[in-house]
Ligand binder design. Sequence first.
Ligand SMILES: [Zn+2]
Length: 364
Amino acid sequence: MTGSPSGSGSGAAPPQALNGPQAERTTPGMVCAHHHLYSALARGMPAPPRTPTGFTEILELVWWRLDRALDLDIIEWSAKLGALEALESGTTAIVDHHESPNAIEGSLDVIAAACAEVGVRVDCCYGVTDRHGPAGARAGLAENDRFLRAGGRGHVGVHAAFTCSEATLEAAAGLAADHGAGVHIHVAEGAADAAAGARLESLARDDWLIIHAVHLDRDLPGMIVHNPRSNMNNAVGYARPAGRPNPVALGTDGIGAAMLDEFRLAYVCHRSDDVTATPETAWSWLEAGWRLFPEALEDTVVWSYDRMDPWSLAFTTGVRALEATVDGETVLRDGRAVRVDADEIRAKAAEAAARLFAKLEDIP
Ligand SMILES: [Zn+2]
């Protein structure tokens, strides 16, 4: 296993301020290495037809109903709200994984434009799946291809091995190789996908993003992205990322983009499994996000707290981002987004959410 991720920044040393005794209130921009911006409007959605009793039913009764209700307008406001909340959390770069089976073509452009408007960096992909038949899989592959061919920043997305045929997995891997982009895929998140290791072993490469790896029965090349809050919320078990030889980064799996929160959860999950664990390990996972977005190292965030080091932050809640710059431009000032009207985004997002919830009532 070489485990070296793509990106030119893998050799970049973290700024001294993050690790040394000179800890201070400024850090680089945080990176969320796995997000679903389309879930920003899901909060408060109508209850599913019945209570899901396991991970697969959570997908079937919640997320696979939600994604069918998405249209390009809902995707736009969801992405703007998600990007706004990321910026307000000091996160300047997002690796997004998107699915909207009834609005595939152009969806990645909508997400990229929404993030650009707010001033947040984004890496997009469309999650290919055979859940909607061969035409759906082809349309998903085509959206990845179209977006990357047009110069968009992204990966080739795959939902997960257990919802794809061998032919679809091979097509996605081939398309990614053609673009030099890597595949962004959920791997063995639940027991239902435990065969993913065997099915992906001949396809995976060092530039893949392997999301979750909770029930993965072997090592695969690529960067593992650990999402501790989501894993607990879905009761899928603890991924034990510290035991893997891969580089590990942190994601939220769509539950906001507050990476200091995710770091604290990653630390305490690690500690609950191993009492000798220290916050430096989870902090190294946070830092690994910069391999995916080396330019976020040049972004700056000024925080409400002046001891931005792993041991202090592991036990300090409520630390807020006050100022942020992206590409030298101030995009957050006094905790408020500069380029966009946050109140307007929240109001328009609420209108889109009401429309989304009404559509969901009609989806079995
Ligand atoms: Zn996910």
